[in-house]
Design a binder for this molecule. Structure first.
Ligand SMILES: *Cc1c(COP(=O)(O)O)cnc(C)c1O
Length: 427
């Protein structure tokens, strides 16, 4: 299958090329030229997770990758599950935090790392990526120790939780971490500037592991199938997904799953106070505001870079606009939702709580609600302990890195400073 650059339809590439390039010309995002729905969707849903995921990825990628290679990549990448946990009679949490860095980004990060390692044939590659928290950890762990691949991770200094930072700043080796004195949107702009600079793009063989890389999104499509597979068959077409969103990769993956024929009824795009998309869906006006810092910091994004893909899915008729609503949840109601969940016996963190809040407000009679449990509550321990007033214990991967030294370098929010740093560590 071909992928097309959404900013230049003459720029068509194979899946492997799209994975290696990340972004296309004019910083355009790659997108499938066509998505062909499964004819036998219930048979696909009935398969076990890894086997089904291979079928889903093959449906998206086409024949370009031999079956045994895809098999090897998926079985190495997906070594943990995504359990659907009942919270109330009609609301479930799809827990996506059972991987090594305790957030959904392990699925996409590991699939991308395994794919690149297997298709790059030993060419040197530099992964340059910005993180609002969880991408950094997932990408760092996914690529740690892979030969010929160097990883540089930019993150907003002081704006991600100390435990989140520990997960990726303590690895060393081929993982280089840079604290930028600004917010996540600026980190993202720096990454884009590096991709626009031929010295850096070609000189360092840049690739990005952000959710702009199509491989990450394709991997995430698989767990929407896994969620539906865990519901009783008579509920398969009643599911409403509430997706806590920042850069909107997760929601894009969900809509791709629906485009493949997965019988999802509708979606809720749930954001924090950085609510560009909910306001856009309500008014038709795209007017991003200055990004504000919230306790759901992985969603502190006001110019989500996957939105053009969702627009394309709507324009090309894969999803009707009525199947997508937006909800912004402010800081106060994020905390209210965390307390409500705790009173139901389910300890959660701010991102998932926003998904729950939006869902419980909008769910209708006869529907089954699923919010994405995007991170483990211990990743946001301080916030969760403050809001709930109860101690949270650390799962093993976090406990392991707490005492380790951090290797980050701090630089100001300037492309010149970043460029000189990149050449100093990589050339
Ligand atoms: C990355 C992240 C999000 C936002 O996901 P997008 O795909 O960028 O919309 C939500 N919650 C958590 C915990 C995250 O790490």
């Amino acid at each position: 299958m071909n992928l097309v650059n959404l900013k230049d339809s003459s720029d068509k590439v194979s899946f492997s090329e799209a994975v290696k390039k990340g972004l296309g010309k004019h910083q355009g995002l790659y997108f499938p030229e066509q998505i062909t729905p499964f004819e036998n969707i219930e048979e696909i849903i009935a398969l076990p997770f890894v086997e089904r995921s291979i079928r889903v990825l093959k449906q998206l990628i086409g024949d370009e990758m031999p079956d045994d290679l895809l098999n090897k990549i998926v079985s190495t990448a997906f070594q943990f599950g995504a359990p659907l946990v009942e919270v109330t009679d009609d609301i479930y949490s799809l827990e996506l935090f059972h991987g090594p860095t305790l957030a959904f980004k392990d699925f996409g990060g590991r699939f991308m790392a395994q794919t690149l390692a297997n298709i790059s044939e030993g060419q040197p590659i530099t992964i340059l990526t910005a993180t609002s928290g969880d991408t950094g950890a997932a990408v760092a762990h996914a690529f740690y120790g892979i030969e010929n691949i160097q990883v540089v991770i930019l993150y907003p200094k002081g704006k991600i939780s100390p435990l989140q930072a520990k997960l990726f700043t303590t690895l060393g080796g081929n993982i280089h971490t840079v604290a930028i004195e600004s917010d996540f949107d600026d980190c993202q702009h720096l990454v884009k500037a590096a991709f626009d600079d031929p010295d850096v793009r070609e000189g360092l063989h840049l690739n990005s592991a952000n959710s702009i890389n199509i491989s990450r999104l394709f991997a995430q499509v698989c767990y929407y199938f896994e969620a539906i597979a865990q519901l009783p068959k008579e509920q398969h077409d009643k599911a409403v997904f509430s997706v806590p969103s920042g850069n909107f990769g997760n929601l894009t993956a969900g809509i791709i799953a629906k485009s493949l024929g997965l019988p999802i009824k509708r979606f809720i795009a749930a954001t924090n106070s950085n609510d560009t998309v909910p306001r856009y869906l309500q008014t038709g006006e795209w007017s991003p505001k200055q990004t504000v810092a919230t306790i759901s910091n992985a969603m502190d994004v006001s110019q989500p870079n996957n939105w053009p893909r969702i627009e394309a899915l709507i324009e090309q008729g894969y999803i009707d606009k009525t199947c997508l609503i937006g909800e912004g949840v402010d800081e106060e109601y994020t905390q209210v939702a965390m307390r409500q969940l705790a009173s139901l016996g389910y300890v959660s963190e701010p991102h998932a709580a926003i998904g729950y809040r939006s869902l419980s407000r909008s769910l209708e009679e006869g529907e089954v609600g699923i919010f994405l449990g995007t991170a483990h509550p211990a990743k946001f321990r301080e916030t969760v302990e403050n809001v709930l007033g109860q101690p949270i214990s650390l799962p093993q991967p976090l406990a392991d890195c707490v005492g380790k030294p951090e290797f980050s370098v701090e630089i100001e929010n300037s492309y010149v400073a970043l460029k000189s740093h990149l050449f100093s560590i990589l050339k």
